[in-house]
Design a protein around this ligand. Structure first.
Ligand code: SAM
Ligand code: SF4
Length: 326
């Protein structure tokens, strides 16, 4: 397994399959997706994605998350999931989606071998959902989540980006929602990106305030496991679901980092908030070339910084999360 100079072990690949998206979340793609300049590199083909998966499997990676943009816009997504599931190394296969088409497609993804689903739902109020995402689609997304629940995925998590002006109302709505649903709702602190700095400053709320409110209402933190991801999770005996808080601005957030990100054009990003990408595309042209990915990764990992520098106001060169998938 790949280990860096800080003894962090890397086993989790987050692969963006496209930059395209059909939503226009105000903090991510406020003006919607504009097709790429034809002169820029194209999205990875299905065979390049397969080679990438082979290369990362050879480097000891055991978990892959498909993200985007909106990964479900790719017609070959089910085939890609099935290929990952055919590799013995990738024991965990996950997808992050805005849920727009989940009702129709959840069973196909499950059958292909998908085990975990993260669905972004910023609001349970239809008007606010439309305002935040640019789409009047809350009911379809909620139907898709119920459909996914009926398919017994190993894990279903909802992601809601915290907005200070809505947090109190949303907490009440989501608590009501998880009373009878066995899933985790994770509130994510708004992060600054190149294009989203002003928005972030206007709407940011630290998850610490929500944590205090949850503790006041009888929620209790669950002990964190080493592989448990970056969220602080809380449970309550009267609720089937859980609440998670993701606080990338908190001290020590990067010390347990176990993930590497690859963009939809095949560029490795060592840190979400770092500078620069490292092009892997030439190694994706055949399974033989992909066999050299472990040594490429081992060498590039030496460049990984110990921590992001968000608290110093440095966000790196990421324009917005849709470029790499969060
Ligand atoms: N389109 C899919 C979705 O929305 O789930 C996958 C890609 S989206 C970029 C992945 C996650 O990043 C979403 O949960 C979204 O809310 C989150 N995200 C985007 N921009 C963010 C920001 N500036 N701060 C915090 N989370 C952000
Ligand atoms: Fe699209 Fe996801 Fe970004 Fe929303 S958060 S605009 S759904 S990529």
């Amino acid at each position: 397994m790949l280990v860096d100079s800080r003894a962090r072990k890397f086993s989790y690949l987050r692969l963006s399959l496209t930059e395209a998206c059909n939503f226009s979340c105000r903090y991510c793609l406020p003006s919607g997706y504009a097709p790429r300049d034809p002169g820029l590199p194209s999205e990875l083909s299905e065979s390049e994605v397969r080679n990438l998966l082979l290369g990362f499997e050879a480097a000891g990676f055991s978990k892959v998350r498909f993200t985007g943009g909106e990964p479900t816009l790719r017609k070959d997504l089910a085939g890609i999931i099935a290929f990952a599931a055919s590799l013995p190394g990738f024991k965990f296969r996950a997808l992050t989606t805005n849920g727009w088409d989940l009702k129709r497609e959840a069973a196909t993804y499950r059958l292909a071998g998908l085990q975990a689903l993260n669905i972004s739902v910023d609001s349970l109020d239809p008007g606010r959902f439309r305002m935040l995402t640019g789409r009047d689609r809350l009911n379809e997304v909620l139907d898709g989540i119920d459909q996914a629940l009926s398919l017994h995925f190993d894990s279903i998590k909802l992601n809601a980006v915290l907005h200070r002006e809505h947090a109190r109302d949303e907490l009440e709505l989501f608590l009501n929602y998880v009373k009878t649903r066995p899933l985790t709702v994770r509130f994510i602190e708004l992060m600054k990106t190149g294009k989203g700095g002003i928005y972030r400053d206007a709407h940011f709320l630290s998850s610490g305030e929500m944590r205090l409110e949850l503790l006041r209402q009888g929620w209790r933190p669950i002990e964190r496991t080493v592989s448990g991801g970056p969220a602080l999770e809380l449970s309550h005996p009267d609720f089937q679901g859980r609440i998670g808080l993701i606080a990338p601005h908190a001290e020590g957030f990067c010390s347990t980092c176990n993930r590497l990100r690859v963009s939809s054009t095949g560029a490795l990003r060592l840190c979400l908030f770092g500078e620069g990408n490292h092009d892997l595309r030439e190694f994706l042209q055949s399974p033989e070339k992909a066999g050299t990915i472990p040594e490429q990764l081992a060498s590039l990992l030496k460049l990984k910084a110990p921590s992001h520098r968000l608290l110093e106001g440095e966000t790196g060169n990421l324009g917005g999360f849709s470029e790499i998938g969060g």
